[in-house]
Structures are given as structure tokens and as C-alpha cells.
Design a protein around this ligand. Structure first.
Ligand code: G3P
Ligand code: MG
Length: 242
């Protein structure tokens, strides 16, 4: 079974922190999924929510705070005191760590209303190019088709995955439009029939976020190619894990 650690191993360490990413490597898994948005000073940072309120000891909107301000916050204590040294990582730090630990990274381009899509994509591109990471270690995903179109223009060699909750009727057309590698669906809205249609059309099918081991096996048996989970530890690692 191929598993991606959602926001790192977010059930055992605070989500989207270097600790959660390191844990993925320690457990023998290769893939992490991270959420990337821009700080006020336009640096790509790794955090899921639009605000820092849930996952740090601070308050405020990510896009209205400088990198220095964001990184001064404690991003671990909300999860457990043992992680009180964790901070909000930049994309650059994350890619360095990924390189060091041979991790593959599913970079979710996280967009909230009013965000500048083109700017985020350009800044992500700059960091990737500067990091000199092997681009075969990377995959982009986004709910924003626009973002994936930008990435096809900026870094065409990095595969693109289209994220969707309820699968749109014209999904195959959209996948074709962005020359997608994969479709990433909320498992709650995905059935066996749809999986086989996507596969027949030549796309990889990822599903998120399954934490129940029985459900993982069920979807794996239906033919999904990747399961995105907060709890990879519920599966016994084998040589085939990814
Ligand atoms: O990549 C799958 C998943 O991360 C998408 O939803 O809200 O957890 O970023 P979310
Ligand atoms: Mg995500």
C-alpha cells in the first residue's frame, strides 16, 4: 500500500512541522503532503489554515504576518509540550529536510479567497529552483485549476494533481486541460466506479484523508494508487510502502 503522510505524520507530531516530516522518514515512509501559502513578505511557508490561531500560540492571518513574525511563534505546544521548539517551516527549510531524508513532497498550493495565485506559484518556483532539489521528488496539488495551470507553465516537469472534494461532472476534461498526472479525491465522495474510470483514462487516483485501516484496505483494493493519511502507523510498513 502506498501512503502519504498528511501534513507529515500529523497524528504523532504537530502538523506541517519539521518534526512531523522527520517522523515520516523515521517510520520508513517516503511521501509527505504539505500546505504552502505566502507570508506578508512573500515567502512560501508551510501551514494549512488561513490564520495561525489553531496551530500556534499566536493570532493573526498568515498572509498579514512577516516570515520573522510567523517563525517566532511556537507551532508545537498546541499539540504537546514535547514539541514546544517547533516553528512554522518555510518551504525552503522543508525542501532541505526532504533532500536530507530522501522524502518526496506533495506540495499543496493552498489558496484562500483574495490570495494572489500567480505570485504564490512564482515564489514557490523560485524556492524550488534555488533549493536544487531533484524535481522527481516533487508533486504539485491544488484545488485551484488556475494554480496548476501556472505550475504547468513554470515547472512543467513536476507532475500535477487536481484536488477535489465532490468530483465535478467535467473532471476528465479538467484533468486534460492541465495535463494532470493524478486526481486527488476526498474518499467520502469517491466510489469504485469512478476510480476505474479515472484509471482507464490514464490518471493516478489519490484519496484523502483516510485514517481508518479498514477503509485504507478497502480503497486500496478498489485500485487507488495513493492513500493520504494522518496515521500511516496504522499500517505495517513493508518494502512496498511509498
Ligand atoms: O492533499 C489532500 C488534503 O491535504 C487536502 O485538503 O484541507 O487537508 O489541505 P486539506
Ligand atoms: Mg493539504
Amino acid at each position: 500500500m502506498k501512503l502519504t503522510a498528511h501534513r507529515g505524520v500529523s497524528s504523532l507530531a504537530p502538523e506541517n512541522t519539521l518534526a512531523a516530516f522527520k517522523k515520516t522518514a523515521e517510520m520508513g515512509y517516503q511521501w509527505i503532503e504539505i500546505d504552502v501559502q505566502l507570508s506578508l513578505d512573500r515567502v512560501p511557508v508551510v501551514i494549512h489554515d488561513q490564520s495561525v490561531n489553531r496551530c500556534t500560540n499566536g493570532e493573526g492571518v498568515v498572509g498579514e504576518m512577516s516570515l520573522a513574525n510567523l517563525q517566532s511563534l511556537d507551532a508545537g505546544s498546541w499539540f504537546s509540550e514535547a514539541f514546544n521548539k517547533e516553528h512554522i517551516p518555510s518551504l525552503e527549510e522543508t525542501l532541505l529536510l526532504a533532500n536530507e531524508h530522501n522524502l518526496k513532497v506533495n506540495i499543496e498550493i493552498k489558496l484562500y479567497p483574495e490570495d494572489d495565485i500567480a505570485l504564490l506559484c512564482e515564489r514557490i518556483t523560485t524556492v524550488i529552483v534555488f533549493s536544487q532539489i531533484d524535481t522527481t521528488q516533487l508533486l504539485f496539488s491544488s484545488f485551484s485549476l488556475q494554480a496548476l495551470k501556472h505550475m504547468r507553465r513554470l515547472l512543467p516537469q513536476i507532475p500535477r494533481g487536481f484536488l477535489c472534494e465532490q468530483i465535478p461532472q467535467n473532471c476528465l476534461d479538467l484533468l486534460q486541460e492541465i495535463d494532470a498526472y493524478s486526481v486527488h479525491c476526498d474518499y467520502l465522495f469517491l466510489n469504485k466506479q469512478q476510480i476505474s474510470e479515472f484509471k482507464q483514462a490514464g490518471y493516478q487516483v489519490f484519496c484523502y484523508t483516510i485514517n481508518d485501516p479498514q477503509k485504507m484496505s478497502e480503497y486500496w483494493d478498489w485500485g487507488v494508487d495513493m492513500i493520504i493519511t494522518d496515521k500511516p502507523q496504522t499500517q505495517v510498513p513493508t518494502g512496498k510502502n511509498c
